[in-house]
Design a protein. Structure first.
Length: 175
């Protein structure tokens, strides 16, 4: 059975639970891999330094650029190219700002911890970008979305490589 068919059979609450569960697993994988792939936790925690200037330059500004480009694509391309089979609508519609922010924060922290915090710093940004795009396998039959997520991931990786502070990437993803 196709993933889209399985998702259609799930209630909105089941879908939301699966999203949170998948993010907990990704977060757990990031933490466990960091224990094995870094010589010391201090080395890994270096990526969590707080620098407001870096956060604004490498997080906020690129985040706005991504939102701007995404909006251009969404409004200029036919809807079918950005249609995710209604999954995001089912997760986010009729929800409070706090709920949307919380889910976005959970996704940003877990995915960035694993992909930027561990995979990119260990294996490089090309590998991290390809793996990040592949993990979003529901976009495999949506070439515009798959290419978009690959380029966004690659752009985020380049931003991280430019300044090596993970907190700015967290803000970038939250936007």
């Amino acid at each position: 059975m196709k993933q889209s068919e399985l998702i259609k059979q799930m209630s909105d609450e089941e879908l939301k639970k699966q999203l949170v569960l998948s993010q907990i697993l990704i977060l757990f994988a990031g933490i466990v891999l960091s224990l094995f792939l870094f010589d010391s936790q201090r080395e890994w925690l270096f990526y969590f330094e707080w620098d407001l200037k870096d956060i604004l330059i490498y997080g906020f500004t690129p985040g706005l650029l991504i939102v701007f480009v995404d909006m251009i694509l969404i409004y200029s391309l036919p809807k079918k190219y950005y249609d995710d089979d209604g999954i995001n609508d089912r997760i986010f519609s009729n929800q409070s700002i706090l709920y949307i922010f919380s889910i976005s924060l959970i996704v940003a922290v877990s995915e960035e911890l694993l992909f930027r915090g561990v995979i990119q710093t260990t294996f490089g940004y090309v590998f991290a970008s390809v793996l990040f795009a592949l993990i979003h396998f529901r976009y495999i039959k949506k070439p515009v979305m798959l290419i978009s997520i690959f380029f966004v991931s690659f752009f985020i990786d380049i931003c991280l490589k430019s300044q090596e502070t993970w907190l700015s990437q967290l803000l970038l993803i939250l936007l």
